[in-house]
Design a protein around this ligand. Structure first.
Ligand code: FAD
Length: 391
């Protein structure tokens, strides 16, 4: 029998957790999987606002990666990929090691574009999630101590709005009238671009009812300690600035020589495969399906998991890949702080506690899939025991 093909999964994002689950359910002796992740857990985006609002525990909103990898018979490396050598077929890790592969699959997500002057130094980005959650813990303590009186969120998409409403709900519950005041800053003329006017209007009314000061048509041009500078030099003061603008790609993706779109996201075809390097696959936020571009959203990343798993299995056996065409529109369930949510699907809009309960059921069912059954999985044989120990 031919040697097993080494498939390196970079990042434990929404697509790769499903790849692991599928290999766990149907192991393949032709495939030797390795997962690289800087953290032993990955946040589920659907429950992130609920975690910030205090409705979920950290464990409820995260998938534990080492047990999932073990279940799939995969090696797990705690590290961060910083470059790919596409000639040598190796990935360079933050710890200086190189990991060889036959095929590599990228699912490393995205982070808010922080190229605005001062954003990196003076604002708190909503991604990476671990850093944001640590900053959120400190923010709550500072708000309770009275040193944080105002919080500005920059970015009026679903992530910005949901995080703002979640932070507001948590602080209002804890501090009552002493809770900080919030501002929302966006370069758009309204919140939630891409959603129908009825959804925007409902969210707008909720924001106004919670006393949020809305700054529309106000692109942030700089961030200073204690202020966001928007177009025309206007300064919006805030004790903490949360950065939730449009997603940007990690620079090493394009720097590796992979074909990328204009924003640096990896271009992939209908098989989720790089047109420039057919041994490279990519999914989730870090990829753009050139023929079928879709918003950077967890829903699409989740949907790419099954076709990605299928195609990795096929290429490992030298079989042809199959095409995956993403759905045109996805159901968005937008949370509004407490146990209340708005459903947005095409022109259809609904809201209420029942929408939140519906979303809660969907999310909990999703998370349960990634908890291996008791006793499942055996430790895979490390390729090099020395390297395993060094991580
Ligand atoms: C506050 C907030 C709320 C959101 N709510 C929703 C929602 O309700 N519904 C929705 O559909 N979308 C939502 N989104 C968007 C959603 O988070 C993303 O679209 C989704 O996470 C993309 O999934 P992914 O698999 O591409 O990447 P991610 O889920 O971000 O996973 C990437 C993984 O790769 C790891 N990684 C990163 N860099 C490296 C590296 N160099 N080497 C190795 N590993 C690496 C990370 O640690 C992470 O575990 C929200 C986003 C935010 C910020």
């Amino acid at each position: 029998m031919a040697r097993a093909q080494r498939i390196l999964l970079v990042g434990g994002g929404h697509s790769h957790v499903e790849v692991l689950r599928r290999f766990a359910l149907r192991p393949d002796p032709q495939v030797a999987l390795t997962l690289v992740s800087p953290e032993p857990e990955t946040a589920y985006s659907g429950m992130l606002p609920g975690l910030v609002a205090g409705l979920y525990t950290r464990a409820e909103a995260h998938i534990a990666l080492p047990p999932l990898a073990r279940w799939a018979g995969a090696r797990f490396l705690t590290d961060r990929v910083e470059a790919l050598d596409l000639h040598e077929k190796t990935a360079a890790m933050a710890d200086g090691m190189r990991e060889p592969f036959d095929f590599v699959s990228l699912d490393v997500g995205s982070a808010p574009d922080d190229r605005v002057a001062g954003a990196r130094a003076h604002a708190i980005a909503v991604k990476p999630v671990a850093a944001f959650l640590a900053a959120w813990e400190r923010m709550q303590m500072d708000a309770a101590g009275g040193t944080v009186r105002t919080i500005a969120v920059v970015g009026g998409g679903a992530a910005g709005v949901e995080v703002l409403l979640a932070m507001h709900a948590r602080l209002a519950a804890a501090l009552g009238a002493g809770a900080p005041r919030f501002a929302l800053i966006t370069d758009q003329p309204h919140v939630l671009p891409g959603h129908p006017p009825a959804v925007r209007a409902r969210i707008g009314r909720i924001l106004v009812a919670r006393g949020v000061v809305l700054h529309f048509d106000s692109p942030a041009v700089a961030v200073e300690p204690g202020a966001v500078v928007v177009a025309h030099g206007r300064r919006i003061a805030a004790d903490r600035i949360v950065w939730a603008v449009a997603a940007a790609a990690q620079p090493w993706l394009a720097a590796s020589g992979l074909a990328c779109d204009a924003r640096g996201f990896v271009r992939v075809d209908e098989a989720l495969r790089s047109p420039s390097h057919p041994f490279v696959f990519a999914a989730g936020d870090c990829a753009t399906q050139a023929q079928h571009p879709r918003p950077k959203s967890g829903v699409f990343a989740v949907r790419q998991g099954p076709p990605l798993a299928g195609n990795l299995r096929r290429v490992a056996r030298g079989a042809p890949t199959t095409a995956y065409i993403p759905q045109r529109r996805a159901l968005a369930l937008i949370t509004t702080g407490g146990r209340h949510a708005i459903a947005s699907w095409g022109p259809f809009v609904a809201q209420g506690p029942w929408v939140w309960r519906w979303k809660d059921r969907i999310d909990r069912r999703f998370m349960a899939k990634y908890v291996p059954p008791a006793g499942a999985g055996s430790a895979p044989a490390p390729l090099s025991p020395d390297r395993e120990q060094s991580r």
